[in-house]
Write a protein that binds this ligand. Structure first.
Ligand code: SAH
Length: 404
């Protein structure tokens, strides 16, 4: 769902091959707060950190539990608010720790209720999260990386220069910011506004497995936000070797960015396919733990004019899903073009015909309506605004520098 604007500075650069992230140091000034961030620590780490600052071992469990509750159930960011923690302990906590929030560089509200947050982390790098309300649910779309190494040809994120994994704290923080903004503390389970999470923002979550796992475990924790794993969906472009672990160790719903029904087309639009072939991907889907008819795998399929949208493609899609006996639903995503994008969106009647063909074969294939277009928050539009903004900031800075 997250893309960036084209960047002329590196448009001629060769595309990096998809793979795990080689960290790149971001050029912005770092936040120099030396205190350890509580956000993103596991319960065990929190307990150990408390012992390190002198909390007696026999109290550590209880204190960790109290703090956890304040942080993840109440949304508190100030130790002084933790009134059931002794005053002296609170003072020590405040010296050693902080409960961070990323800087909200920009929050935009669409007239359809969609909210987009552009967040800046301690090292200055940025990512976006989008809240999408529907009649019966509210979905938060979360990023797992700054940038992405996959270079899918229809997606802008691959054109970003800086790529790094988000930390568990930075992933959890996207949820915290949305809940702050929606007034969702304490984290009651009734009438909540963020009812679902999709790991469909910027980045490939299965290339940042450990951090994503830790973050989701925090979000699912029974004494904190208590999001059910059935309400969390992780989307992958097909990092086959990590899919089983995702099911076994995180246990969330799976979405797969399929986008093509043969290796030739998929090689072109999702280069990761050259590494993990379509057949391997489908086998990994068939082996995904916990799928059955009530818990199906979502196959995302972006509609690209004359590339993957023919009747034959629709029929082959049905055959493919049937051949691997997959409890599947298909999500048809109208392509959101961006300046310089090599593709166009399929015509509307084509999208509908494709959807009908799949539906008639007994597989649900709704067309995903673009949301938040007016604030550039729809799939394919994210990040473009922030990149533009960054560019204008740079230009302003340059202008200011030349005036000195
Ligand atoms: N890397 C993971 C998680 C990102 S999900 C994955 O690929 O699944 C991002 C989703 O945004 C992809 O499924 C893709 O369908 C969608 N997307 C990317 N660029 C798009 C565009 N220009 N228009 C519409 N959808 C797009």
């Amino acid at each position: 769902m997250t893309q960036t604007a084209p960047d002329s500075a590196h448009s001629g650069a060769p595309m990096a091959s998809p793979g795990p992230v080689v960290p790149v140091v971001s050029p912005r000034a770092a936040n120099t707060d030396p205190r350890r961030d509580i956000l993103g620590l596991s319960r065990d780490e929190l307990r150990a950190a408390l012992i390190e600052i002198g909390v007696p071992e026999r109290q550590a469990n209880m204190r960790a539990k109290q703090i956890w509750n304040w942080v993840y159930h109440r949304g508190v960011t100030d130790f002084d608010a933790m009134i059931n923690v002794a005053k002296e302990v609170r003072a020590c906590l405040g010296e050693a720790f902080r409960i961070s929030r990323p800087e909200i560089v920009d929050a935009q509200y669409s007239n359809d209720g969609t909210r987009k947050y552009l967040l800046r982390f301690d090292d200055g790098s940025e990512a976006e999260a989008v809240y999408i309300p529907d009649e019966d649910r509210g979905t938060l779309c979360i990023s797992s990386q700054v940038g992405c190494t996959l270079n899918c040809r229809f997606c802008h994120t691959g054109t970003m220069r800086l790529v790094r994994n988000l930390t568990p704290g930075e992933i959890v923080a996207q949820m915290m910011v949305a809940r702050d903004d929606l007034g969702e503390w304490p984290a009651s389970t009734d009438n909540r506004r963020v009812t679902n999470i999709v790991m469909m923002g910027m980045g490939e979550p299965l290339y940042n497995f450990d951090n994503v796992k830790k973050a989701l475990q925090i979000v699912m924790d029974k004494e904190g936000i208590q999001m059910s794993r059935r309400r969390i969906t992780l989307s992958t472009a097909g990092v086959v070797p990590m899919m089983l672990r995702c099911g076994e160790e995180i246990g969330v719903n799976l979405a797969v960015s399929l986008h093509a029904v043969n290796n030739e087309t998929r090689d072109e639009i999702v280069p990761l396919n050259k590494k993990y072939r379509l057949e391997q991907l489908m086998e990994a889907c068939a082996a995904y733990p916990g799928t059955h008819n009530a818990r199906r795998i979502t196959f995302e399929y972006i509609m690209l004019k004359d590339i993957n949208d023919s009747d034959a493609d629709a029929r082959e899609l049905v055959r493919l899903l049937t051949r691997y006996k997959l409890p599947a639903k298909v999500n048809l995503i109208p392509f959101n073009p961006w300046p310089g994008s090599p593709y166009e969106c399929s015509d509307w009647d084509r999208v509908e015909r494709f959807s009908d063909l799949v539906f008639k074969a007994g597989i649900s294939a709704p067309i995903r309506t673009p949301r938040g277009r007016d604030i550039m928050a729809a799939c394919g539009q994210l990040k473009s605004a922030s990149e533009k903004k960054r560019k204008s900031e740079i230009l302003r800075e340059q202008a200011a520098a030349t005036q000195d």
